[in-house]
Design a protein around this ligand. Sequence first.
Ligand SMILES: *Cc1c(COP(=O)(O)O)cnc(C)c1O
Length: 427
Amino acid sequence: MSSGNRMERPLRQVDPEVAEAIDREVNRQATGLELIASENFVSEAVLEAMGSVFTNKYAEGYPGRRYYGGCEFTDDVERLAIARAKELFGAEHANVQAHSGSQANQGVYFTVLQPGDTVLGMDLSHGGHLTHGHPLNISGILYNFVAYGVSPEDERLDYDGLEKLAIEHRPKLIVCGASAYPRIIDFERIAAIAAKVGAKTMADIAHIAGPIAAGLHPSPVPHCDFVTSTTHKTLRGPRGGLILCKKKYRKDLNRTVFPGLQGGPFVHIMAAKAVAFREALQPEYRVYMQQIIDNCRVLAERLAGHGYRIVSGGTDNHMLMLDVFSRGITGKVAEEALEQAAITTNKNTIPFDKNPPMVASGLRIGTPAVTTRGMGETEMQAIADLIARALESREDPASLAAIRGEVAELAGRFPLYLSRQAAFLSE
Ligand SMILES: *Cc1c(COP(=O)(O)O)cnc(C)c1O
């Protein structure tokens, strides 16, 4: 092809508007503090695989059994992703085609449930996920979800209450796992309860897949029929889903994902998942996971020192739930104030919240992204102090702007995607 071919021109020439939005996003990620517990920064290697020509390929079916020709290299990457996922989690089977965490969950629901079936899932306001029975989500529309939650005394999962509900409602499936729960989940105990009532189990480890892969949180894989996850949170891979299951469900599950729910798999994303799983199999990944957890504990302790109540009194994983309403601030106001200081978090309900979800009493704060940048416990103390000051100064734009400058200075000491920074923005 000649160099004048339209296909060969760089994005900056073809579409300056999108190129500029990307530049600005690179800059935003590099100069702010990313504390959203479900976000992370992928490696250049993962980005490269995502941006590869595999995006061009149709590959309906599974390795060795496709509806399209030309799939030999696609088969290689999907097989690599499957083998690495199985190794990483010690699973009997892995499906790496689910486009997202939500679709991974649908894959399991459509494999084992009929519309109207009863399912136990964690109360959303106690930390459960939208796809665990929210009335506006397909899970809540199709199935009869019954919610279990945490106990009011210690804000930890109430396993006795869960068992009572299981005996009373005889669910076909018990869903466990959470989006906003900072403590260890006893998957073995939940599986034992399920066995008593003849229910199947699905553990959704979208958030804690990384700690589990690193052996820093008990694994549900030996105990649960199905384990679902995202690949883009603590796992630090491309946006996507993952389903693990016992061998006996392999055929039914694969058939549900394709052709049941999806068409062609995203081959470029499967390639990037394979890269991320390989990264997670390295010894450095375990060190990184331990640092995430240590960082989170330090952040929680320092914030508690500033007079904020930490939901459940602390954290065992990569996130903490800050009860900002304990200082008379709503989650909404807190999120907005921190955003002005370039500290990104999200408001979140806390158990037994007195405020509605769009206002909320809590902030969910996570350490995966800042830890990926190389920040450690010293920086966590600095971040806790910046958060406390920003919340104090929430009605003072000048102070928030000053804190934003300090945030940029701190972030600048831990460079991110340097080769992608646009010159015109860093001037
Ligand atoms: C993030 C999350 C999901 C959904 O993942 P998406 O990729 O956003 O669809 C599902 N379950 C839990 C517990 C999550 O935290």
